[in-house]
Design a protein around this ligand. Sequence first.
Ligand code: ADP
Ligand code: MG
Length: 312
Amino acid sequence: MHKLAVVAIGGNSLIRNEAHQTVPDQWGAIGETCGHLAAMIAAGWDIVITHGNGPQVGFALLRAELASDLLHPVPLDLCVADTQGSLGYMIQQALRNNLLRLGIRRSIVTVVTQVLVDRDDPAFLNPTKPVGPFLTRERAEQYRKEGKAVMEDAGRGWRRVVPSPRPREILEMDAIRALQSAGFLIIAAGGGGIPVICEEGGALKGVEAVIDKDLTASLLAIGLRADLFLISTAVDQVAIHYRTPQERWLTEMTVDEARRYLHEGHFPPGSMGPKIEAAIQYLEAGGKMVLITSPSAIGKALEGEAGTRILP
Ligand code: ADP
Ligand code: MG
């Protein structure tokens, strides 16, 4: 029996840097990360992959903004669905090519994934997550008249803001589980999943919101009873007193320590905060181990020689 890991790959695995936004650049970043994931599979791990989509949703919304005289706007649920498809395709191909180089043949499949959020999640009353390009004051005013929330961003201009409700349930979980046990490598719940609500009578409906990918990844790891929840991001380790003279990189912490450091403010919302929250949620639900590290350090981290381990 192989051990199962849910691997959440962050934006840095999908794009090299904000200033170098070409398609070959994206293939380069994904190829490199998939090289490390292929090595993990060759070492005997089974993996289910999930990923972020922030920059790609940004590109889609910028395109829609620039084409707004000609074409309809792109609803966010469709935006997430689109990026699950395009990024899923890229990961499928890059992982397959990297596995072939190691002499491994596996079928890889992406699951378009809806994630249920509560209709009355307090986030809907207080949209906080900026999405899309910077807007002029006039354009922002137009959006506001259409009923869409906008906010001025630290003097840099206006942006749309959308709610970021908590993920409650991965709706395609049964299919993901079945595919996983049938031996497929799966990419699922990309971008935190397509946010949907359940209406009176049980009908589902997409909403203008985005879900944090780390929190959804933790639901995926819980639902699959994964042996490991691996969060791959832009830093090799987690630190307390990050970017201060007292900075201390952590090799290991318990879930209690993680909770305490989170309360003490070591992990800001929107970056390390949701990863630690996701780690705590997974470990509290019976998860065995969380590893946070960068793509290139995954191999060493699996051997206990890099990264930050979080244990029950
Ligand atoms: P991802 O795209 O992988 O979700 P984020 O940018 O959202 O990445 O979060 C990872 C980033 O969090 C790191 O690149 C780092 O700059 C930042 N960070 C904030 N606080 C800490 C901390 N205490 N320890 C390590 N990194 C931190
Ligand atoms: Mg993030």
